[in-house]
Design a binder for this molecule. Sequence first.
Ligand code: DMJ
Length: 673
Amino acid sequence: AAMYSGAAAGPPRRDFISVTLGPEDAVGVSGYNNSKAWRRRSCWRKWKQLSRLQRSIILFLFAFLAVCGVISYTSMGEAWKSITNKSLDDQRTEQEIRRLKLANPAVLPAPQKADANHGDYPELSLQKPPKLPHVRRGPSNLQIKAPQRDMRLKTQHNTVRAVEELVEVDKVEKTEKSIISWRGAVIEPDQSTEPPSNKITEPEKPSSVEAEDQKEPVPINERQLAVIEAFRHAWKGYKDFAWGHDELKPLSKSYSEWFGLGLTLIDALDTMWILGLKEEFEEARKWVANDLVFDKNVDVNLFESTIRILGGLLSTYHLSGDSLFLEKAKDIGNRLMPAFKTPSKIPYSDVNIGRGTAHPPRWTSDSTVAEVTSIQLEFRELSRLTGDEKFQKAVDEVMKHVHTLSGKNDGLVPMFINTNSGQFTHLGVYTLGARADSYYEYLLKQWIQGGKKENGLLEDYMRAIEGVKKHLLQRSEPKKLTFVGELAHGHFSAKMDHLVCFLPGTLALGAHNGLAADHMKLAETLIETCYEMYAQVETGLSPEIVHFNLHAQKGHKDVEIKPADRHNLLRPETVESLFYMYRFTGDKKYQDWGWEILQNFNKYTRVPTGGYTSINNVQSPSNPEPRDKMESFFLGETLKYMFLLFSDDIDLINLDKYIFNTEAHPLPIWVPA
Ligand code: DMJ
């Protein structure tokens, strides 16, 4: 404005009137009293002083500004409206998030925790699903991701984005959930469509000792107490009348000798350990320490002394950890070795453990097939414990030799083998009973003992079971019980030894170890038959041998008994199989059947003054004709399997850690290197 002052000196021009307003303004400033009337008047005067052109321009400018104002008002109103609506939406979204959070509280951790431990929650589960073998199924996987979801909600101010992320996370979770169930369907072994017979599983590591130690002890139940009572009663008879001798004669209150090695006492050692009979065990241990001497001029049967004495000492060593039993096992093992000095390396049946000489029975140079092929578990274990491979070498050679022999019928073996030629003799007769039984049992059990690697053994076992199915299975009348008969030169005989009742248990053990599922089916059928061999008899006790009726006859049951076969020796095979069946199926009927059998032993074979006795006539409840002998396997096997059958503790001799020898002595399954 000061620049224009010089211009005011020229001719007066209306355009410069505004410049002359300065003094007025100055006056006005000095006399400023903020009066509205004064300002109105002054403005109007000034307006009047403007030219028409000036007034038109100003009016035009005002009109233009007014139009602009209206336009911008409209667009700002829209913007405002949208802002207002958006915040309402946001409020709803937050409610939705809260609702979602509450709907799934189990998988969401406490929010503070998520914030506080931001770094503790791994990112990987969202990005990378874990690899298949380590998949933890179901909620545990979701638990790992849940904190991220919550964390994001807490740390994001933009709720819209939070919702987007929530949807994304849910999508990932849904995908992962379905992946998990899909994986489950594929990897579940029981849903496998692969034929189980082709499945040779990797060696399983037995569960750790520490895990067992941490376990709560499972209390002993009523039925187990009844077994303990029965054992004590049997032991009382042995202690009172047969201490240190082979077998109790409970009626004559005396004893019988077979090898003169305290057979019952050694056979019963691990049973006492398992039943928790500490006092009795300690007393028996003292006898072993002070009185058990193998340096004796006595002939022993290789098989019987291996399964009862060597097997009993080895298992007691494993259970108790007491090296006394290992020393004794080494001693008897060494003394039995001369049996293998034969032209064929198929061992002789008898050994003089004092002289170190061996020989076949007087009437033949044959050995029994079951005998020479059922000493392997024990000798192999002795090698493992002593580091001396001679024991294992000797018995492995027998198995390898038998594996290659001709004379088998679809895996079924004859009953005799010659110690000179090494060939089977008496060809053409096939049974799963006496003289062949434990050959089949030990094929499977050696395979398991050695960590399921010796495929020759498995091959022979699988082939033999096919042979049983093809040649020896028939169904009886009227109950259509499946039984295992015998084959003699092409003729089927409906005869079945009680000894064959080991088979359901062995089949079940094989199925448990990954073999064909139809083996388990067969086991279930056969154990029913074995039970009927007791249930259909007047005393509820099985005879030594039964014949099954193949044709229905009025008034006849499935089971027929010949006078020469109606004795019962307190044998274990049926209770043994009941034990396996109960362990693998959990079906209580097997326990109930075993309970019936125990009660019938108590009713017909218990001798009041101590001990139990074999009987001559299972068909006569009024006079079962006691035989006056308690076999060592009644304490070594029958009562042990009863006790285990009634137990619900699968770690009481865990079948994935131990393998029972044919005299019920548990030996460890070798842990794979
Ligand atoms: C036991 O010595 C063994 O179980 C053997 O395998 C067969 N005979 C008796 C029991 O019956």
